[in-house]
Design a protein around this ligand. Structure first.
Ligand SMILES: CC(C)(COP(=O)(O)OP(=O)(O)OC[C@H]1O[C@@H](n2cnc3c(N)ncnc32)[C@H](O)[C@@H]1OP(=O)(O)O)[C@@H](O)C(=O)NCCC(=O)NCCS
Length: 170
């Protein structure tokens, strides 16, 4: 079951994020990784900034979470995490498909460049990495991230975004 997470879910959302983020250990640059990956304060801040978390629940347990945030004229998919033992079973796909139906805006997604599986996952759903130059511009325009995170991230865009860019260029 996919449902909108509530304030009472915060600790559980955090647990899912921090368990899922263990995949980054030894993969993303050491200065970008820390465990736990996210604090309750950071999660609360993200929610206050407009990130709505949706969860995939099975057998009374939240197995995966994914956030959606409208920023300016586009939509961001934020903080996509599935518990390690539940990965590779279609939960991320179900959440992404659900969230995409919630917006008519172009969608952008940021990911660590070294988390190759994440880009592979999004590419399977029609997202494509933007150029390095465009990535720098988009991360500065739509995210609040450090120069180091910009350097070590990729941005993937959906077809709506690509259509918009093409329309501007024509
Ligand atoms: C990325 C993530 C959210 C995808 O959710 P999921 O439920 O595992 O993904 P699904 O089962 O729907 O889709 C699986 C596909 O995702 C990709 N994928 C996910 N995890 C992978 C892994 N560890 N290694 C390789 N590919 C992986 C593959 O393309 C896979 O396709 P396949 O099954 O045909 O090989 C989840 O694996 C996760 O939490 N990973 C760790 C944290 C992370 O990278 N989050 C992304 C933040 S941008």
């Amino acid at each position: 079951m996919i449902r909108l997470c509530q304030a009472a879910d915060r600790e559980t959302i955090l647990a899912v994020i921090n368990q899922g983020a263990c995949a980054y250990a030894g993969v993303i640059p050491a200065d970008c990784y820390h465990a736990p990956y996210m604090s309750l304060g950071e999660l609360t801040h993200e929610i206050a900034q407009g990130v709505s978390f949706w969860g995939f629940e099975q057998g009374g347990t939240l197995r995966g979470v994914m956030g959606i945030q409208n920023v300016k004229d586009i939509t961001l998919i934020r903080h996509a995490y599935v518990r390690p033992e539940s990965q590779g079973q279609g939960i991320g796909a179900a959440l992404l498909t659900h969230l995409r139906q919630l917006t008519a805006r172009p969608i952008l997604i940021g990911a660590w460049a070294d988390a190759l599986w994440a880009a592979q996952f999004y590419r399977k759903h029609g997202f494509e990495p933007v150029s390095s130059r465009e990535k720098n511009r988009l991360l500065s325009a739509y995210w609040t991230v450090s120069p180091r995170q910009i350097e070590t991230s990729v941005v993937l865009a959906d077809q709506r975004w690509r259509d918009r860019i093409t329309a501007v260029q024509v």
